[in-house]
Unconditional design. Sequence first.
Length: 155
Amino acid sequence: MLEIERKFLVKSTLFKEKAYQKSRIKQGFLNTDPQRTVRIRIKDETAFLTIKGKNNEAGLSRFEWEKEIDLKDAEALLQLCEPGKIEKTRFLVKSGNHIFEVDEFYGENEGLIVAEVEMNSESDQVLLPDWLANEVTGEQKYYNSALTQKPFKTW
């Protein structure tokens, strides 16, 4: 499956008023090689194993495979992950025909808020909410896998 998305920094918390859903997420990475990342994620009470490939040149699309796994298995696999875990709350906000996933980070990445929007194609037109700041699509340091190695608080 191909994932096509754009990523933005967020300049205000106005998105929280418009959010129709929120989830608590804890995740770690079994592998953070840029060619392929392997992630374990617990979202509320549901767990997933996700493998992502390398981004294309524009940074907009890459291979992504995800499968739901047993919660106890995910908790055990989190213990095997590389150092650095991600903890965040994800807010879902509708904008036009798209849904923004807005992540508010905690721990070593506290203070960072990033919004992603998945698209059907790289030329898909997206209505950008006014609470967005700079676009950071393709900037490696904002990838969750990079944030485990070089957290926001160290920038």
